[in-house]
Design a binder for this molecule. Structure first.
Ligand code: NAD
Length: 283
């Protein structure tokens, strides 16, 4: 197939749904052979078959939990055997915050899982892919951070920490690999209507209108709108863009109000200055 990534292999994690699926489709349209991973073997095999039929490109799927070093290594090896070494890596595997409460009230396992999937998973896949990219003197790596990689909201400490860490990982890898034809960038999506979030909206767990209102363009984004930026960053001609974090958020992060409720102020501790913002110390 013709296209700017013809003859290249693109590895996309979390490719069975949402931003990962839209990204795989966009990279396939650019002519890349697709090496796809996701948690469930049947689902990712079905996704690969669907994209093979739709785009007439090579596409293979492997089951892999990106938080698990062994399945990452075995999936990477199997995909490399099937379609060749990846020169594009987009790490989309991820989950939303499941326990939305203060850190000290969450299970610590939840915090650790956030870091394991988003940070360890992305770093591990990059470490597996970089040697072949260096040998080819060509590589494109894109991480999926978030608006919560740029600013913070309360009660999502694990997710926010993980998404900020991905910005650091992006910059560190961009510097390490800049002389080898490898660029490393991140996108920072705002509220994107992916199947999981659509389901939460349907169930009344998430309020579409509230977040649409907070977003300057007045709506949620679509997975394809994120994939479009990722695809641009993966173009061979995007060689001079590295270590950058691209918000795809309808203007959410440029808006200056907090947009979320920090909760009531606690009573000041008796006899201590509370910072001078609410009460003058009597001392
Ligand atoms: N949807 C949004 O509003 C939004 C906003 C900012 C960032 N993001 C990020 O975008 C990325 C993609 O999310 P999405 O919204 O497309 O969600 P999604 O649920 O539609 O897709 C995520 C995919 O990752 C897979 N996955 C989850 N854990 C995995 C693991 N341990 N190993 C391998 N695969 C795994 C899931 O099975 C799923 O197919 C995530 O990192 C998410 O944090 C999403």
């Amino acid at each position: 197939m013709a296209g700017t990534l013809a003859g290249r292999v693109a590895l996309v994690t979390g490719a069975a749904s949402g931003i990962g699926l839209a990204t795989a489709r966009a990279l396939g349209r650019m002519g890349a052979a697709l090496a796809l991973v996701d948690l469930d073997a049947d689902r990712i095999a079905a996704t690969a078959a669907q994209l093979r039929a739709e785009l007439a490109v090579d596409a293979v799927g492997e089951a892999c939990d990106v938080a698990d070093p062994e399945t990452c290594a075995s999936a990477h090896a199997a995909l490399e055997r099937a379609v060749g070494p990846p020169s594009v890596l987009v790490s989309c595997a991820g989950i939303n915050a499941q326990e939305i409460k203060p850190l000290h009230e969450q299970s610590f396992a939840h915090f650790e899982r956030m870091i394991a999937i988003h940070v360890h998973g992305s770093a591990r896949m990059a470490a597996l892919c970089v040697p072949a990219m260096r040998a080819q003197r060509f590589g494109r790596i894109v991480h999926i951070s978030s608006i919560l990689g740029l600013v913070a909201l309360p009660w999502r400490a694990g997710y926010t920490t993980a998404k900020h860490a991905l910005v650091g990982l992006t910059r560190a890898l961009a510097l390490e690999n800049a002389r080898y034809g490898i660029t490393v960038n991140a996108v920072a999506p705002g509220y994107i209507l992916t199947p999981v979030l659509e389901e939460r909206i349907r169930k009344g767990i998430l309020d579409y209108d509230r977040y649409a209102e907070r977003t300057p363009v007045g709506r949620w984004g679509r997975p394809e709108e994120v994939a479009r930026v990722i695809a641009f960053l993966c173009e061979p001609d995007s060689a001079f863009i590295t270590g950058a974090v691209w918000p795809v958020d309808g203007g959410w992060t440029m808006r200056g109000d907090p947009g979320d409720d920090l909760g009531p102020r606690p009573e000041p501790v008796r006899g201590r200055d509370d910072g001078g913002s609410r009460q003058q110390s009597s001392a």
